[in-house]
Design a protein around this ligand. Structure first.
Ligand SMILES: NC(=O)c1ccc[n+]([C@@H]2O[C@H](COP(=O)([O-])OP(=O)(O)OC[C@H]3O[C@@H](n4cnc5c(N)ncnc54)[C@H](O)[C@@H]3O)[C@@H](O)[C@H]2O)c1
Length: 252
């Protein structure tokens, strides 16, 4: 038996490889979940679903823009049509608009908040009814270390991710009576396409220990393992918590 055997899980932002959503979808699929992998990149979402199926799992790939309320309704409905219920939602899709405050336009700010915060609000809002009908569920929201501490160029990104952190705690309180748990995950420096774009690097590099005490970037699997735990019944008594997966970055 897998650790999330027969659970139905939606993972957003699942197209990017290397990426946290892609590896999370694959990990949940390998552990027995029926996965709905979504992304604004439809072909990439389908590639992720195919990778789960190639690993003998069950998966559906769907195009979804997480900022669209209509598309959230559609994805939830198609999930219920395909697999009958919803047990797990991983709000992973995100973008990083990294600019110093004075260079950031109002349009940059609005786009960052819309994709990284409003999307999570919509996903959680529409997941509650099917999770209640299923007798409970687990929502895992991808925040960031930038949602915990201040960082240059992260005014908008950090505001969105800090919003995800505290929103997750409120949802944990509201969902508790229905056995719906909600937690946030705070990755540090993890090697993905987003990280490659942000750093301009073509492969993972050592990181100064003053920044990351363990001196290296993490791998997507490091985050997927944490999400797997939160999606599974092993974390049945865990809700409203924040999981920092950053090799000690925010300890100093
Ligand atoms: N990689 C890191 O170091 C790191 C650190 C902290 C937090 N995070 C967070 O983890 C999550 C995943 O990051 P990643 O590094 O895998 O990024 P990534 O850029 O590699 O993948 C993000 C995915 O989200 C999708 N996406 C973007 N906008 C979308 C939209 N409007 N609708 C649907 N899908 C959309 C992209 O197409 C892409 O497939 C993000 O929320 C990110 O902020 C990442």
């Amino acid at each position: 038996m897998g650790r999330v055997q027969d659970k139905v899980a939606i993972v957003t932002g699942a197209a990017s490889n290397p990426g946290l959503g892609y590896t999370t979808a694959l990990t949940l699929g390998r552990e027995g979940a029926k996965v709905v992998a979504t992304d604004v990149d439809a072909a990439g979402a389908e590639r992720c679903a195919q990778a789960v199926r190639d690993a003998d799992g069950q998966a559906l790939g769907l195009r979804q823009d997480v900022t669209s309320e209509v598309e959230w309704n559609d994805v939830i409905q198609r999930t219920l049509n395909a697999y009958g219920c919803l047990d797990v939602l991983v709000n992973n899709a995100g973008i990083a608009v990294l600019k110093r405050l004075e260079d950031m336009t109002l349009a940059d700010w609005k786009r960052q908040i819309e994709v990284n915060l409003t999307s999570v609000f919509l996903g959680c809002k529409y997941a509650l009814a099917p999770m209640r009908a299923a007798g409970g569920g687990s929502i895992v929201n991808l925040s960031s270390v930038a949602g915990l501490v201040g960082m240059a160029t992260c005014t908008a990104y950090g505001a969105a991710k800090g919003g995800v952190r505290i929103m997750s705690k409120s949802i944990a309180v509201e969902g508790a009576a229905d056995n719906i748990r909600c937690n946030s995950v705070h990755p540090g420096v993890i090697w993905t396409n987003m990280q490659a774009q942000a750093t301009g690097l073509s492969k993972p590099q050592p990181v100064a220990p003053e920044r990351v005490p363990m001196g290296r970037m993490g791998e997507p699997q490091d985050i997927a393992n944490c999400v797997l735990y939160l999606a599974s019944d092993e974390s049945n008594y865990v809700s409203g918590a924040e999981f920092t997966v950053d090799a000690g970055m925010t300890t100093q």
